[in-house]
Design a binder for this molecule. Sequence first.
Ligand SMILES: Cc1cc2nc3c(=O)[nH]c(=O)nc-3n(C[C@H](O)[C@H](O)[C@H](O)COP(=O)(O)OP(=O)(O)OC[C@H]3O[C@@H](n4cnc5c(N)ncnc54)[C@H](O)[C@@H]3O)c2cc1C
Length: 331
Amino acid sequence: MSDPKRVAIIGAGMAGLTLARALAGHATVRIFEKSKGIGGRMATRRIEDVSFDHGAQYFTVRDPRFRDMLDAAAADGAVERWNRDIVLLPAAQKNVHRADNTRYVGKPGMNALPKWMARDCDITFNAEMSSISGTPGNWTVMTEAGEHGPFDWIVATAPAPQSAALLPPAFAHHAALHTTGMNACFTLMMTLHPGAATPFAAARLDDPVINWISRNDTKPGRDDAPCLVVNAGPEWSDRHVEAPLESLRAQMLEAVRLYIPLETAEAESAVIKRWRYANVARPAGQPFLLDREQQLASCGDWCIAGRVEAAFQSASQLADALLPALRETTP
Ligand SMILES: Cc1cc2nc3c(=O)[nH]c(=O)nc-3n(C[C@H](O)[C@H](O)[C@H](O)COP(=O)(O)OP(=O)(O)OC[C@H]3O[C@@H](n4cnc5c(N)ncnc54)[C@H](O)[C@@H]3O)c2cc1C
């Protein structure tokens, strides 16, 4: 029997972790993650003892494999339903909760699910991969700490433009990576005064600047002061992606005030975050990109749609296609 194949995965978000779990036991898998934490856009940040889900707000479930995993995570307390209604504004307040659209969140923060998934994974943090060199079956990768490898296979799960910059020119699917479109998003996180009442737990907004406001503390397991997460809309975010953050913060606060009165201290607490690649405007239109000859692949939400479940599906389907190749013995 030959040695297990060595696989390097770029990114410890939903796609990277799903793939690592699916390949476990069939290959030696190592994840390289540029940030210091797990989850990618399934992100939770603490600001002065208040936690904010400043990436994905919730997720929905239709795929049976995703449901099986969530059931296991829920049994361990890492996932729970978020039962609060979402209203549409400024239209007459209309409840958009639908029976087939149950919403779930990580508990106590959105990143609890990726943390749960990562328990048995080999992850190197603060490891931004800057280049990939070598030949199929003998790839090495470069991070600030130096060279790592060799690896038989490399899979990039970073957002499409970042994966395109990393994968060697020989990768057969650069055209698909380049036609994929992603939107930016600016997110505001702000703490309200104790006992603050808001007219809704979450709202989708038809507004030129912002498209989402939620009371993050209404999600299960958040033991936090009242707090808001606000997202800017994709067109506005794309138009202002390089603008100074302070001016964008002020414009977003002005927009929030149309829906929720803010005290000075509340507005002053607002912290803005820029996501350069947040949502998927134009998906690749194929569930994953696999180059068997070069032994390179790529997957992520951007293959299918800008949703947590789509990232899971993309990586699961890539794993299905990759497993037979990993079992092949080296000549
Ligand atoms: C503001 C916002 C709101 C959202 N709301 C929702 C929602 O309500 N519901 C929903 O279903 N989805 C939502 N999404 C989308 C959802 O978060 C994504 O679909 C999903 O998390 C994508 O997972 P992924 O693994 O494909 O990518 P990512 O989570 O982006 O993971 C990629 C990982 O690769 C790492 N990486 C990148 N480059 C390198 C490199 N060179 N070297 C090493 N590591 C690297 C990144 O740090 C990251 O951890 C939202 C996203 C944002 C930003």
